[in-house]
Design a protein. Structure first.
Length: 107
């Protein structure tokens, strides 16, 4: 075919909403925006701190669903880092030469 290759597009992006978001991501972001709108409706804006507090839920959830290269989003990175840090870090060797390893070399 004249040295042309057909490379399929990323099929996972086809299952995502707008090519970037899972339904959970949009629900999380929508909840953050809704909470921010409710807080903005009932807070008194006397200073910049109250504005930041009112916008914090939308900003935090927007940060969590922000797309990141090589991962899905920041929420995915945080969940994977938590899983890595809380799981067992020392693995017992049980490979093909498990019985030939002496007791001195084992830890």
């Amino acid at each position: 075919m004249y040295d042309q290759y057909l490379i399929p597009a990323n099929t996972k992006r086809g299952r995502l909403i707008l090519g970037w978001f899972r339904p959970f991501d949009l629900a999380l972001f929508g909840t953050g925006i809704l909470i921010s709108l409710i807080m903005l409706a009932f807070l008194q804006f006397d200073d910049i701190v109250s504005v930041i507090v009112g916008l914090a839920p939308a900003l935090i959830t927007g940060f969590l669903v922000m797309p990141v290269p090589n991962y899905h989003n920041m929420l995915n990175i945080i969940m994977e880092a938590y899983e890595f840090l809380t799981n067992r870090q020392r693995y017992e060797w049980k490979g093909w030469c498990y019985k030939s390893v002496s007791k001195k070399t084992k830890r």
